[in-house]
Write a protein that binds this ligand. Sequence first.
Ligand SMILES: Cc1ncc(COP(=O)(O)O)c(C=O)c1O
Length: 409
Amino acid sequence: MGYMDSTGGRPGQGPDRVVYLDHAATTPLLPEAISAMTEELGQLGNPSSLHNAGRRARRVVEESREQIAEVFGARPSEVIFTGGGTEADNLAVKGLYWARQGGRQGGPGKRRQVLTTPVEHHAVLDSVHWLTEHEAAQQTLLPVDPAGTLRPAALAEAIEASPGSVALVTVMWANNEVGTVQPIAELAGIAREHGIPFHTDAVQAAGQLPVSFAASGADALTVTAHKFGGPVGAGALLLARGVQPVPVLHGGGQESEVRSGTLDAPAIRAFAVAAAVMAERREEEAIRLAGLRDDLIAQVLAAVPDAILNGPPAGPNRLPGNVHFSFPGCEGDALLMLLDAKGIACSTGSACTAGVAQPSHVLLAMGADEARARGSLRFSLGHTTTQEDVDALGAAIGEAVQRARRANR
Ligand SMILES: Cc1ncc(COP(=O)(O)O)c(C=O)c1O
């Protein structure tokens, strides 16, 4: 295992071990990715330079591009490297919107609607919102059911209600808070029938589900390395042939004139190595994690019988590594700190919104009231998670909930 806690111990070992149940925020680097990255950090060369050192770095980038393309069912030419998921989402949403207006010079065209869901990650939601404030876009948040799922019929109805006015559709493959898996191929098929570009944020799906860009039918797909054992700050937007977003970052035009910036060969290499290792183990690992997930759900319900599982029931429509509960009568933040004091790390929602005292927009969109949304915690499992971790939470959660309830009275 590559993860070190603050005391220098490793999870699962020794008295200081951290029970890390926050893999959806970021998962420990795989040892293979650390080795690849460390080796590459000692090398010289900008992949755009023409000399020998530059050509060597370019080879590393192109071999990595091929590996990543293979893992995610894409062609190498469809992989645009970015500095992570947030950048890829911004490029997809803003860039495709602008492209549909005929470029930024074109001014607002007829196609101003962006169809999305209210449960997207903020990297998508805030990009869409920015377009409404600065570029005369209109956002339509398609309603989701209580499990967080978008019905394909709801997308079809929205498109048919305003023919010719939709710039793009963006729907996440799997939700980062409650683990809902969307029917992506069906949704992409509907957008395609109407000739509308379809983007999906597959950041959470990429390490846990079989993600094939080609089979999904999407025009653009976001992945980021740090959710499956690669480094933070390395991601990609997969772009189908002929799909050309207007760039968000301008400069050297390194990535097919769509994204500028010197390519980070060490991070890209580690991204590719992590993707390849993940792909090799994914199927077996998904079965292992689903088993641990189901046991964790059972242990929490045994200790806190009135806890409410948010999102879809444990099964194929839920990410294998996701558990999300509301604990009536508790503040999620207080409960998180009580568990943290016992060495158990979890989250009140996405890491990006944690710390801000707001109920989760995802739970509210799924119909939860504010109290239920505030009293919720996400436990997310990953490659270092063991049965011991699950048992540690099972042993601690009952008392922590009682204490959080007393504090809340
Ligand atoms: C669904 C989803 N999209 C996008 C992101 C942002 O990715 P990054 O951290 O690489 O910017 C995250 C990270 O939490 C995420 O969970």
